[in-house]
Ligand binder design. Structure first.
Ligand code: NAD
Ligand code: GLY
Length: 347
C-alpha cells in the first residue's frame, strides 16, 4: 500500500492499492468516527462496485444508503444536486456524519460540492474509479456543478477526508475512458517529470496496466506538490492546465459530443507544443499521445477555436494564460493579451 499525505488547509491521505475498495470500511474508520454514511454513485459504477463498498462498511459497523444517478456529465447539475440534498435529509445525515463519492470525476465533483454546502459543510471521502478521477479530480479539493452558463461554474474548494484509489477498478473502464485519463497522465510527464514520460514512451494502451499503481502514485504526488504550493489556484496550479485552454476550445467546437475531454487535452498539448517548441519534443509528444489511442490534431480551424479560448475560465477580461513545455518535465506559465494569443495561434 502506498500513501500520499496531502498537506493542504485540511490535510488528508491518499491511499493507492490494488484491491483497496474492499478494505474501504477499515480505512475510513481509521479517519472518520461516524457510523453512518451515504454513498453517492452513478448507475454504471453503482452496479459494478456499490455492493463491495457497502459490505466493507458493514464489516466496520458503518451503515450506508446508496444514492444513484444516471452516468454522464449531463447529471452534474442543480437538479441532481437538489435530489442529493433531499436524500441526505431523508437519511438524517448530520454534521458528524459523512458522504462517499464512488465513481469518476462527475460523481466526485457533485458529491464534493454537496459535502461543501450541505449543513454548511460535512466530511466526504473520494473513491475514484476512472483514471482521470484517480490522477486528477479526486485530489486537490476542486468541486463543482455545471449550470446553463457553462461547465463547472458553481463550486467550492473542499478537500476530502480521505481518497482511496484502487487501480483494479480501472480494469472495467472502456478503452476510451482509459485513454482520456492517459491524456492527463501524459500531461504530468510533460509538465513535471521526464522519467514518467520515459515510462509512458516505453508502454502503450495495451500494457500500461502493468505499471498502473506506480503511474497513479507518481501523478498524484505531482498534483500534491502543486496543490500544496497553490491550494486556491492563484498561480502555480495553472500548470495543470497544460493543453487545456485549446482542449476546452476543441471540446466546445465539437459541442462536447463526439470529443472527450482527454481527446481535447491531447490535441491541445500537441498544438501548443508544435507551435512553440522544438520538432524533437513535438515528435516525442505526438508519438506518445498516439500510443494511448488519442488524437494529435483536429479539423477545427484555429480561427474558429479562438472565440472559445477567450471565454475559458483561464482568461480575465483582456488576457489569456497558457502553458508551454520547452523541455519535457518543465512547464512555464505565459500570460499574453487575447490579441497576442490570436497572433501566436495563427502562426
Ligand atoms: P465520468 O465521471 O463521467 O466517468 C466516465 C464514465 O465512466 C461514466 O460513464 C462512468 O459511469 C464510467 N465509469 C466510471 N468508473 C468506471 C469503472 N471503473 N468501470 C466502468 N465504467 C466506469 O468522467 P471522468 O472522466 O471521470 O470525469 C470527468 C469530470 O471530472 C468532468 O465533469 C470534469 O469537469 C471533472 N474534473 C474535475 C476536476 C477537479 O479538479 N475537480 C479535474 C478534472 C476533471
Ligand atoms: N484539474 C486542475 C486542478 O485541479 O487544478
Amino acid at each position: 500500500m502506498k500513501t500520499i499525505n496531502v498537506r493542504t488547509s485540511r490535510p488528508y491521505n491518499v491511499i493507492i492499492e490494488r484491491g483497496s475498495l474492499s478494505k474501504s470500511g477499515e480505512l475510513i474508520s481509521q479517519v472518520i468516527k461516524s457510523h453512518k454514511t451515504v454513498i453517492i454513485t452513478d448507475d454504471t459504477v453503482g452496479a459494478l462496485y456499490a455492493d463491495t463498498l457497502v459490505q466493507s462498511l458493514e464489516k466496520n459497523n458503518i451503515t450506508s444508503s446508496v444514492f444513484v444517478f444516471p452516468h454522464g456529465e449531463q447529471s452534474k447539475n442543480l437538479t441532481v444536486l437538489g435530489e442529493i440534498y433531499d436524500f441526505l435529509c431523508q437519511k438524517r445525515i448530520t454534521r458528524s456524519d459523512f458522504i462517499i463519492a464512488l465513481g469518476g470525476g462527475v460523481v466526485g465533483d457533485i458529491t464534493g460540492f454537496a459535502a461543501a454546502s450541505f449543513l454548511r459543510g460535512i466530511e466526504f471521502v473520494q473513491i475514484p474509479t476512472t483514471l482521470l478521477a484517480q490522477v486528477d479530480s479526486s485530489v486537490g479539493g476542486k468541486t463543482a456543478i455545471d449550470i446553463a452558463g457553462g461547465k463547472n461554474l458553481v463550486g467550492a474548494f473542499k478537500q476530502p477526508a480521505l481518497v482511496i484509489c484502487d487501480s483494479d477498478t480501472l480494469r472495467t473502464l472502456p478503452q476510451s475512458e482509459l485513454s482520456c485519463g492517459m491524456a492527463e497522465v501524459i500531461k504530468y510527464g510533460m509538465i513535471r517529470d521526464e522519467n514518467l514520460f520515459n515510462i509512458l514512451e516505453n508502454h502503450d494502451i495495451s500494457n500500461i496496466d502493468d505499471v498502473m499503481d506506480d503511474i497513479v502514485y507518481t501523478c498524484i504526488d505531482i498534483k500534491r506538490n502543486v496543490v500544496e504550493n497553490d491550494e486556491f489556484d492563484k498561480g502555480e496550479r495553472m500548470i495543470l492546465n497544460f493543453g487545456h485552454t485549446l482542449g476546452h476550445a476543441i471540446e466546445g467546437w465539437h459541442n462536447y459530443t463526439d470529443y472527450t475531454h482527454g481527446m481535447g487535452v491531447a490535441v491541445g498539448m500537441c498544438m501548443i507544443t508544435e507551435l512553440l517548441c522544438s520538432p524533437e519534443i513535438t515528435e516525442r509528444l505526438k508519438k506518445c499521445v498516439e500510443s494511448y489511442k488519442l488524437p494529435t490534431s483536429t479539423n477545427a480551424p484555429v480561427s474558429e477555436l479562438l472565440p472559445y479560448c477567450s471565454t475559458d475560465k483561464k482568461c480575465d477580461s483582456d488576457s489569456i494564460s497558457y502553458i508551454v513545455c520547452n523541455k519535457i518535465g518543465v512547464a512555464e506559465i505565459k500570460k499574453v493579451t487575447v490579441a497576442e494569443f490570436e497572433k501566436l495561434m495563427e502562426g
